[in-house]
Design a protein around this ligand. Structure first.
Ligand SMILES: [Mn+2]
Length: 265
């Protein structure tokens, strides 16, 4: 069923300042599913929120027994899973006093035959290196991104220099009973390298350094690249929890059927 062989490598780390790791992740190679979440909330509630979101989504996918040849159908399943995770976190936040106000960001990728369905909530990100070009596929739901989108600043760097805070989210999972979720689809190509990560990586490592490191991965061990990214984030301060998943797409076998292509031609 898989047109492309896919490899994964991941790291999650407390960083050098925080006492706890409130990030969570799931890599389900058998399902083609990657989830990364960054929890927020007092005491250990952030940890509860991110782990509950990841677990709820994983369970949601495990319940589905359909073969994933249809990208649009897969995208709909992703949206339902994220909505279900939102409800689970929100409900626990309503019922458990320790969990009051907790929430989590999320970035999710679901890889099928020739396509990747992805969604983000908050400022956890998805990047793709294709050839020499690094592209950010996700769009942050943050105050700083919103002022850039409104044209008040030309770039996130400009806004940052003007003193706009970076960690104010405009959307998070578990904060309200309803959450607006839009799953997007893109084509999956042999040679693509995807990076799912929390802001503990992107806040420490500038995008040109990310790009340089990812370009150097080539066909070498993916696990060393994941380790190198984590070390770089820690070397540059490690002021937040750091979580990253690398997903490398190989060339499909020569006999892969044409019926597995997306988008349809
Ligand atoms: Mn974070």
């Amino acid at each position: 069923m898989w047109a492309h062989p896919v490899q994964y490598a991941w790291r999650t780390d407390r960083g050098r300042v925080r006492q706890q790791n409130e990030d969570a992740l799931a890599v389900q190679a058998d399902l083609g599913l990657v989830v990364v979440a960054d929890g927020v909330g007092g005491a250990s509630a952030g940890e509860v929120a991110s782990q509950l979101a990841v677990d709820t989504i994983r369970e949601c996918f495990r319940r589905q027994l359909l073969p994933w040849t249809d990208a649009e159908q897969a995208a709909a399943v992703v949206e339902v899973a994220v909505q279900e995770a939102n409800r689970a976190v929100w409900q626990l936040a309503q019922t458990k006093p320790d969990c009051d106000g907790m929430g989590t960001t999320l970035v999710l990728g679901f890889a099928g035959a020739g396509w990747l369905a992805y969604v983000n909530v908050g400022d956890s990100r998805l990047y793709r290196l294709r050839g020499e070009r690094l592209e950010q596929l996700s769009h942050d739901h943050s105050f700083i991104q919103a002022v850039v989108d409104q044209g008040l600043f030309r770039s996130l760097d400009d806004a940052r220099r003007a003193g706009i805070g970076e960690h104010i989210l405009t959307r998070a999972l578990g904060i309200a009973a309803q959450l607006s979720v839009t799953c997007r689809l893109t084509d999956l190509r042999g040679g693509d390298l995807y990076l799912f990560c929390t802001d503990g990586l992107t806040g420490m490592v500038p995008v040109d350094a990310l790009c340089q490191l990812l370009r150097a991965v080539g066909t070498s061990a993916l696990d060393s690249a994941a380790e190198a990214l984590l070390r770089l984030a820690n070397a540059r301060g490690g002021t937040d929890n750091i979580t990253l998943v690398l997903m490398r797409v190989g060339e499909p076998p020569a006999d892969a059927g044409l019926d597995t292509c997306w988008p349809p031609t």
